[in-house]
Write a protein that binds this ligand. Structure first.
Ligand code: 5GP
Ligand code: MN
Length: 352
């Protein structure tokens, strides 16, 4: 039996999208599931959760990620089956070009998958999008987009529910979806966390997702170098009280000195946001290999970092969490940022 009774009104995924999805999945399909570049807990958790679900319906599924993901996700059930395009270009290109269905999860536009973009654009598969980012692109035959959702992982649960298939919820699915929801909501802290998010989390715990163990696996596996790098980041914190803004910078040397590994800076920006009175927090991370500065933005209240990232840093995301990049050097990037900020003084003051 499904859990529809748990939700206040109708299930979050609408009838039309449900019908299309049902049709697409009516017979066994060759499916590829793709997450975004620099995959996070929600991208990996939602893709693996959906993969286990579709396998249980008899489909032939593979998960492909554009590039590698952090070690703190490498214990997730099914993780060994993920194909990383950057490491296995031929295999992933072949899989996508012969797929009948491609699910794109946790991103809103095909320019979020790096080199995989051209592979996806030239394949003949039908696309299904499941995503919670602002301004979804229109490339899928079934688009399940809801910017109010806590996470794509929560949406995968609603997808299963809309198809009347929650009895297929296995321990493997539950662990993956719980991890995605937990990481994308900052452990159920961000305002995107709704009563329904908690109801879904409860269902996942009942199905075998052990919260304490998942928390330990994700959050209590820090390397000593990461902790020291956090120290450097906190030392580099700059607070601009009149603008209710705080920012952190990390140079390539800071990263090199601390044996930087993917995922090590995850969450650092939240320390800047935790300063009293700050509603806008940013971290600038120098990446000399790609000759860019990667930027993460976080905010509180109605100051939209999605708009800020789109307007100035060819990025995007959500209202309170977004990312972007700059191709100027680190100093110029920061000087430019400081020169842009006063234009937002009223908005920042209103949000504080
Ligand atoms: P993070 O700062 O943790 O990398 O990303 C925060 C949110 O912004 C995530 O939902 C992520 O998907 C999105 N995001 C990060 N970088 C970019 C980017 O360069 N472009 C766009 N459109 N979204 C991004
Ligand atoms: Mn997400």
């Amino acid at each position: 039996m499904g859990v529809r009774g748990l939700f206040v009104s109708s299930p979050p995924m609408n009838k039309e999208t449900t019908k299309i999805a049902q049709k697409l999945l009516a017979s066994s399909q060759k499916v590829v599931i793709v997450g975004h570049k620099n995959p996070d807990g929600d991208a990996v958790g939602s893709c693996l959760g959906l993969s286990f679900f579709l396998k249980s319906l008899g489909h032939d599924t593979t998960v492909i990620m554009p590039n590698d993901f952090p070690d703190f996700l490498k214990w997730l059930p099914g993780v060994e089956e993920i194909i990383v395009h950057e490491r296995e270009r031929e295999a992933s290109t072949e899989l996508i070009s012969t797929a009948e269905l491609v699910f794109t999860l946790d991103f809103n536009s095909l320019d979020r998958v790096g080199e995989l973009q051209s592979v996806l654009e030239s394949c003949s598969a039908k696309f299904v999008m499941i995503d919670h980012h602002q301004q979804p692109a229109d490339y899928a035959v079934a688009t399940y987009s809801d910017v109010k959702m806590s996470s794509t992982s929560e949406m995968v649960f609603h997808f299963m529910d809309a198809l009347g298939q929650t009895e297929k919820l296995s321990k493997e699915i539950a662990i993956n979806l719980y991890t995605g929801i937990m990481t994308d909501t900052g452990s159920f802290r961000f305002s995107s966390t709704t009563p329904t998010t908690h109801r879904v989390a409860a269902k996942l715990i009942e199905a075998g997702a052990e919260s304490a163990i998942i928390n330990q696996n994700v959050y209590d596996t820090n390397s000593p170098e990461r902790m020291k790098l956090l120290g450097v980041a906190l030392n580099n914190l700059v607070i601009l009280p009149e603008l209710h803004t705080a920012y952190i910078t990390l140079t390539q040397k800071d990263l090199d000195d601390h044996n930087f590994k993917k995922g090590d800076t995850e969450g650092f920006v939240n320390y800047a946001l935790s300063v009293k009175g700050v509603v806008f927090a940013t971290i600038f991370i120098e990446n000399k290999q790609e000759s860019i500065v990667k930027i993460s933005f976080r905010s509180k209240g109605n100051f939209s970092v999605n708009d800020f990232a789109r307007n100035h840093y060819s990025g995007g995301g959500h209202i309170n969490a977004a990312g972007g990049k700059s191709s100027q050097d680190l100093n110029k990037t920061i000087n430019e940022f400081i020169s842009i900020l006063p234009r937002y003084k009223n908005e920042l003051t209103d949000a504080s």
